[in-house]
Ligand binder design. Sequence first.
Ligand code: SF4
Ligand code: SF4
Length: 173
Amino acid sequence: MSDTAAARSTEDLCSSCGMCCDGVLFHSVELQSGDQPRKLSALGLKIRKQKGVEYFLQPCSAHREVSGKCSCLIYEDRPARCRNFACRQLRGVLTGEVTEEVALEKIRSARAQVAQVNALMGQIAETNPNRSLAHRVANALTLPKGAEQTPLHDELKVSMENLEAFLAKDFRV
Ligand code: SF4
Ligand code: SF4
């Protein structure tokens, strides 16, 4: 695949997806040597440091989704991990093992499952939108003392397990 075709495929897939930026696939991104924490902070990323490791949480503050189209506000300056990451679908399209249509269908399916998880979670509890989906679901499923599990909790648990299995098989690398 030519560089131009690869860039076009990446744009087609990633602008329809955003799951490696919005907290669905990851809860944080570690900075790598060569990344410039000060510059990234100035660009709006909230860089944290723990045990010498610099990182930022997801959903990423540079991620935007408008009318279903995703973008990175700091694309040209994004950290190394972001630059180097390609999920299973994107890799498949870039190597020619997967067609763009198949990859886009997988993305649609994953996003539909994410929407279902969010809808169920919204019926159970208010959770911090600045945390990863897995973290928020875990919070929603943590019952206050004395509270009983409802069928909605069971449904959310199963939906999240199904989503995680789908992501593990078709997106995580
Ligand atoms: S998960 Fe894959 S297709 Fe989706 S935005 Fe990330 S690299 Fe692109
Ligand atoms: S910096 Fe850009 S590419 Fe990296 S996680 Fe944030 S929105 Fe995604």
